[in-house]
Ligand binder design. Structure first.
Ligand code: ZN
Length: 311
């Protein structure tokens, strides 16, 4: 074997030694070009499907450059996406375990659409769905969240994994859900990405953090049903309609985003990626997984712009 081909395996070993334990399982799936990458894209996703809802076109565009290292981390498997209780004779606990495996498999299928031909390392942290945040208060429309103990563990682990990039990376783009999102788990993902950004900047990596809303607050904050903003965003008409976002005394409309990615040339990508999340878009009766709002995914599939706040 030519001498110059040896270092890639050596680098993989070095990288394995450098990564925190929680990320080691991913090392064997890091592509050799990724180890030598100078740029990285990291998706910090609260749940399976948020990567596609938020940024399918952006991910596809950036992941199409094989020199860019790409990785993804999921804080929660979305284990509450089922009718509570036993289902079709399956005990609750077994049902949830199967649901988690199903949603993770769907997520891997979605990444085959988002980053075709690539083996993106994906970390699933399995934090508790809808329970990463213990309590929240709102000042001037901005949530101040207190993480639950399990939420703190998931956020800390996600931040560590998101910052565990090949040593040669000089520029990193972190994608996540916004601090303005109505879903508490989504704001927890933002917190994880923010911590990762700080860590990477301390190491001298040039970082941009792009965040966007998946669930808008439909009305005043603290409505009794979580994430009812599903009905509100995106709205009919222009898919990046800033004026559609809630504006009330309790929840002033957030500042307008800084950047809109035109992904109209990638028309089918979001729809195809979402289609991989079968249990979410058409439901999965064997595990009593209903689709609460079918139209929600249809509207997201139609979206041709991806708006982000940039930090
Ligand atoms: Zn979500």
């Amino acid at each position: 074997m030519p001498r110059r081909s040896a270092p890639s395996s050596v680098l993989v070993l070095l990288l394995a030694a450098a990564l925190p334990p929680v990320a080691r399982a991913d090392v064997d799936r890091i592509e050799p070009p990724g180890v030598l990458a100078r740029e990285a894209l990291v998706m910090v996703s609260p749940h399976p499907d948020d990567e596609s809802l938020l940024a399918a076109g952006t991910i596809r565009r950036l992941a199409s450059d094989p020199r860019r290292f790409v990785r993804a981390v999921y804080l929660s498997a979305g284990d509450r996406a089922t009718v509570p209780g036993p289902c079709n004779g399956i005990p609750e606990r077994t049902k949830v375990e199967r649901l988690v495996r199903l949603r993770e498999a769907e997520t891997r299928a979605a990444w085959r659409v988002l980053a075709p031909g690539r083996r993106v390392p994906i970390a699933f942290l399995r934090g508790p769905d809808l329970a990463l945040v213990a309590s929240t208060s709102v000042t001037d429309g901005l949530h101040d969240d207190v993480l639950s103990p399990a939420g703190e563990r998931a956020v800390a682990a996600a931040a560590r994994i998101a910052a565990a990039l090949p040593r040669g990376v000089q520029r990193a783009l972190l994608l996540t859900t916004a601090r303005y999102d109505a879903h508490p788990d989504h704001r927890a993902a933002y917190e994880a990405a923010s911590r990762a950004a700080r860590t990477l900047r301390r190491r001298g990596v040039a970082v941009e953090l792009w965040s966007g809303i998946v669930h808008d607050e439909i009305a005043d904050v603290d409505v009794p049903v979580c994430c009812i903003g599903d009905l509100h965003w995106p709205v009919a008409g222009p898919r990046h309609d800033y004026l559609a976002l809630t504006d009330s005394e309790e929840r002033p409309r957030p500042p307008v985003w800084d950047r809109v990615e035109d992904v109209s040339d990638l028309g089918g990508v979001r729809g195809d990626a979402l289609a991989a999340h079968v249990s979410q878009v058409i439901g999965y009766p064997p595990l009593c997984m209903p689709v609460a709002i079918p139209d929600y995914y249809v509207r997201f599939a139609d979206k041709v712009e991806e708006p982000f706040w940039v930090e």
